[in-house]
Design a protein around this ligand. Structure first.
Ligand code: PNS
Length: 159
């Protein structure tokens, strides 16, 4: 069975993430969306909330599982026996760091990284920008899944 992992912070999941996960799910028998537990970084949503969003928005794909991991991605890959990481590349600005990570992950554990070019509709999109725009009342409805949009509106309305 061919398995791959789509790792990330997903704070929150965007339509750009979802596009990559959906396309990966058509290539691999099983795709695990793995949410990084990062105690150093402050987040809008807890890991559990992010996993709940991801579980709901990927439910229709049939072969996508949602999990979380702490520490090195290659250690997660090793314990889960997943040989491939799938990442989206939005622009050349993503490339330098992604190349470094891919080479490090291959050097550390022989884990391969497959890059998918992001759908141009989402090439400007990031979770950070979504949070910033939503914080100041901008419309992010076409950038995130509906349930995330609803949740962002509710969060931003809180005093
Ligand atoms: O959505 P993000 O925050 O851009 O995702 C980055 C992520 C989680 C894929 C990357 O930071 C990662 O793999 N972190 C796990 C720690 C690790 O393995 N670091 C070494 C990378 S070579």
């Amino acid at each position: 069975m061919r398995r791959a992992v789509c790792p990330g912070s997903f704070d929150p999941v965007t339509l750009g993430h979802l596009d990559i996960v959906e396309r990966a799910s058509k290539i691999y028998d099983e795709v695990v969306v793995a949410v990084l537990v990062n105690k150093k970084k402050s987040s809008l949503y807890t890991v559990e909330e992010r996993m709940a969003h991801l579980t709901e928005v990927t439910a229709g794909y049939g072969n996508v599982k949602v999990d979380s991991f702490y520490g090195l991605l290659v250690d997660y890959c090793r314990t889960q026996q997943i040989p491939v990481i799938v990442k989206g590349l939005r622009a050349i600005s993503d490339f330098d760091y992604e190349l470094q990570m891919a080479q490090m992950n291959h050097g550390l554990a022989g884990v391969e990284t497959m890059f998918m070019t992001t759908n141009p509709l989402y090439s400007f999109l990031s979770s950070s920008l979504v949070k910033e725009v939503a914080t100041f009342g901008g419309d992010v409805s076409g950038l995130v899944p509906e349930l995330v949009h609803t949740s962002l509106l509710e969060r931003m309305a809180r005093p």
